[in-house]
Design a protein around this ligand. Sequence first.
Ligand code: ZN
Length: 329
Amino acid sequence: MRYDDSPPPPESAASVSPDPPWYARRSTLAVAVAALAPTALAGWVLTQVLTGSGPGGQPPQPKALPASHTAGAGAGDAKSSTTTPSPAAPASASTSASAPAAPSKGPLAGRTVVIDPGHNTGNFKHTSEIDRQVDIGTNRKECDTTGTTTNSGYMEAEFTLDVSRRTRTLLESKGAKVVFTHDADRPWGPCIDERARIGNEAKADAVVSVHADGVSAGNRGFHIILPATVKGGAADTSKIVGPSRDLGERIAGNFARSTGSAPANYLGSGTGLVVRDDLGGLNLSTRPKVFIECGNMRDAKDAAQLTSPEWRQKAAEGITNGIVGFLGG
Ligand code: ZN
């Protein structure tokens, strides 16, 4: 959601960027996909629909064996959980999606990405905790907010966690170490200052905070929120403004391609990019970081997408491809 009612600051930074706009860029993935014969693409899309999974290259177990995935590390494959482990058994690289920090291969090997699922489904029951003010360097602000919902009650916090988990699976398949700010493993929060601190302490190469907006119907599309240059207290974004813009532009381009969604029609002047100086999660970050508002939960057409698992998979693919592009994978 939009955190407050004040309009975003003027996007003065947009006019000084020497980089081409995100929509002028072509990722290698996009070129590769474009080169595919239409029949092959159709087959890929069909596979997407049938399996609900991402493009090829993933280890097979997360989609094929969801039980072992949710059971956590050590479940091994599906053969038998009663088999006595042998020294050779842990070699099963296919469990890497849930195994801790095994050496990995892929374009993101050695990279750390922090994913921040916006809000928490428990925040509604902990309003006093999340309403307390925290220091964001330039100001004081609520610890966290409840987030929005669709008109039918699908919570933004459910959406953000689902997209974040899908993104984690994709990033891990490319070799990244992925750290979450929370994983529905705590009753509320974390506070926005802690969310920023998790990215900083992980020395993340990129941080993405996943959200969906909650504005009036008719407002549609996605946008990326970039950090403004701020300095005050613990906040100093001078070193991350540039790389965060690069990260944001790459995610915007890939998200549009992957989901077919358009940049927001209600802010950002059609670029899908907005600069803000009032978000603690950005102001306190020392690592390249953006927020993505994937769509408007209060618009029926956007909500139909946001509530679709297939669309959320495409959203995760767009975010992932943007991160890969940013990190040079
Ligand atoms: Zn939000």
